[in-house]
Ligand binder design. Structure first.
Ligand code: GLN
Length: 214
């Protein structure tokens, strides 16, 4: 614990340190995400307060219930701190996380961080019972990807800067906008870690650039 504060952090040899990935742990599927990233070699931290964002190389916003997460975020300036973080640091948002990260939320309209240039419709496939597992093509190398959809939202519009890496019935399910990665399914619930690996690559590249520019 105390050793964390003793490091002359983020200079010189920073790139040889393991990546520190925060997992937003207000509600929802954060434990499974933390396990998945830990087994990919990253150091993971559960994040429950705005102050805890400072030490991170990247943040995961898990699935769960976006309305509930929003309630927690709207306390103590966490929402504003997270919006600031997402404007410049890597974020991987899954399902409810992608709802929170989007510029526009529909069905019903809901406040969001506005970082990802997309419109997201909540619960677009019906009730809980409509949850499903599909194996669909993706731009990520390695062939089709198993996707677990749980009361999934649907991305109905993406901006020009957004790259679509997979679709379901023509609607994007996995998208990237520079340092932001978002999906409408639950990659932490399958054994395939390609989406997590892609996020770690984004985080690694981002940290490399940040180190060069300071
Ligand atoms: N239906 C949830 C919401 O609207 C998202 C579901 C999920 O994250 N699996 O927030």
């Amino acid at each position: 614990m105390a050793s964390q504060t003793a490091q002359p952090a983020r200079t010189g040899a920073a790139n040889t340190n393991p990546l520190t990935i925060g997992v937003l742990a207000l509600q929802g599927d954060y434990d499974a995400h933390a396990r998945a990233f830990k087994s990919s070699g990253a150091q993971t931290v559960l994040v429950r307060k705005a102050e805890e964002l400072a030490e991170l190389d990247g943040l995961v916003m898990p699935g769960g219930e976006s309305t509930t997460m929003l309630k927690f975020l709207e306390k103590n300036g966490f929402f504003e701190a997270l919006a600031e973080f997402a404007s410049s640091k890597p974020v991987f948002a899954t399902c409810a996380g992608s709802i929170l990260l989007a510029r526009e939320v529909l069905n019903p309209e809901q406040r969001s961080l506005g970082a990802l240039d997309a419109t997201v419709e909540r619960n677009a496939y019906g009730r809980q019972i409509d949850s499903t597992i599909l194996t669909l093509p993706t731009e990520i190398p390695g062939g089709p990807l198993e996707m677990v959809f749980i009361r999934s939202p649907r991305i109905t519009r993406v901006g020009e800067a957004v790259q679509v890496l997979a679709r379901r019935d023509g609607f994007p399910t996995l998208v990237r906008q520079g340092h932001l990665l978002a999906c409408t399914f639950h990659p932490e619930m399958t054994a395939d870690t390609r989406v997590q690996q892609l996020f770690l690559e984004i985080v690694r590249a981002h940290r490399r650039n940040a180190t060069h520019h300071t």
